[in-house]
Design a protein around this ligand. Structure first.
Ligand SMILES: [Zn+2]
Length: 375
């Protein structure tokens, strides 16, 4: 008998908020079914992707309408974002969302607004780079900046955060190096005048970012608060040669052993790097998210590779859903289905029995995250 995982709740350890203004038709909706920001990808190519074709069929089944883009959009418009999200959270059996609030901050609902209608536990993850950028603009010099940064991270749980997140992968890459305070100050002094003048900046300085993110890892260890890292696939902004999590050797040392480190997005295409790191280092965890959406045709293969090496106690589940509620549904469906299929194979092959398979599914879908984030 095939494994049935719908009754096991999901604690989504990495997702984002929802757009205030929801897309009204397929052309606007399709933009959210690709990580590419080139309009011709969404317009000309997404309709030929497995993810899109599956999404329309899956959403039609969910909404009880014809499996055509027009019928899906007519039905979702009629439901409205609040009712749609409530139904998705209930039917997908979400226990909680850990929301990275540093993405789309101006166009998405606040956590309090989400809490008003989303029927699960909503917690906040602090994204570090926007905080750093804001503090650089506000500070008159490096010492003042560093003090403000340290103060912002001094009591994470007391400030309402259950974790931190870094997108350094997008900026200077994951090849973290040890820079001292003098090197960080020199880098700061170089970019600070323009940041002050413009009232904003996009920080990409390797010396400064490596110094500050390693300092956050120290806080993660000191406070036992997880720190998430974007690894692997993302939008075309990133350099795919710099996002292999194996490059983060510096923070996998004994110095930071107390820091719960969560490597997001299955590290795709460096899935095996991620499985290896989670299997080797006691404080490193592999997240199975984002790929359940954008790599729709390969989800069982990715689960098979992660679980092939990493113990089930080291794998966390997320959707990385953002902006439109349907992505939560699709991520939950694809993730549970792939997990059931792979665990089934191992039961059939005699590696584990059915009880062990269900216990593994529970660990991955919610138990590991609940323990790690101390919810
Ligand atoms: Zn994300």
């Amino acid at each position: 008998m095939a494994l049935e995982l719908d009754a096991i709740p999901i604690l989504d350890n990495h997702c984002h908020s929802l757009l205030r203004a929801q897309p009204q038709d397929d052309a606007a909706f399709r933009i959210h079914l690709t990580e590419s920001y080139y309009p011709e990808i969404a317009r000309d190519h997404v309709p030929h992707s497995l993810f899109y074709l599956w999404a329309i069929r899956e959403l039609a089944a969910f909404l009880g309408c014809e499996p055509t883009p027009d019928a899906v959009h007519a039905t979702r418009r009629e439901r409205g974002v609040e009712r749609l999200t409530r139904e998705i959270v209930q039917r997908a059996n979400f226990r909680g969302w850990l929301v990275d609030t540093g993405y789309g901050t101006d166009t998405t609902l606040s956590l309090d607004e989400l809490r008003g209608f989303v029927p699960c536990d909503i917690r906040e993850i602090l994204r570090l780079e926007p905080l750093i950028e804001r503090l650089i603009v506000d500070a008159t010099g490096f010492d003042e900046f560093l003090e403000a940064y340290r103060a912002a991270l001094a009591d994470l749980r007391g400030s309402g955060y259950v974790g931190m997140k870094s997108v350094i992968a997008y900026r200077s890459g994951l090849q973290l190096e040890a820079f001292d305070r003098a090197a960080a100050k020199a880098a700061f002094d170089e970019l600070h005048p323009a940041a002050r003048r413009d009232g904003k900046l996009r920080i990409e300085s390797k010396a400064l970012l490596d110094f500050l993110i390693v300092a956050a890892v120290e806080q993660s260890a000191r406070q036992d608060v997880p720190i998430q890292f974007h690894t692997g696939l993302g939008d075309p902004d990133l350099d795919l040669t710099k996002v292999d999590p194996a490059a983060m050797r510096l923070i996998f040392s004994d110095t930071y052993r107390g820091a719960p480190i969560v490597l997001l997005h299955a590290g795709y295409p460096y899935v095996r790097s991620l499985a290896y790191l989670a299997a080797m280092f006691p404080n490193v965890y592999a997240d199975l998210g984002e790929v359940t959406l954008f790599v729709a045709g390969e989800v069982p293969g990715i689960v098979r590779e992660l679980l092939g090496l990493a113990p089930a106690s080291k794998i966390l589940f997320s959707t990385d859903a953002s902006l439109v509620p349907e992505l939560y549904w699709l991520g939950a469906r694809a993730g549970r289905r792939a997990l059931a299929r792979v665990l089934d194979e191992h039961v059939t092959d005699g590696l584990i029995d059915q009880d062990a398979a269900l216990a593994m599914a529970e660990q991955i879908l919610w138990r590991n995250a609940e323990r790690l984030y101390r919810l």
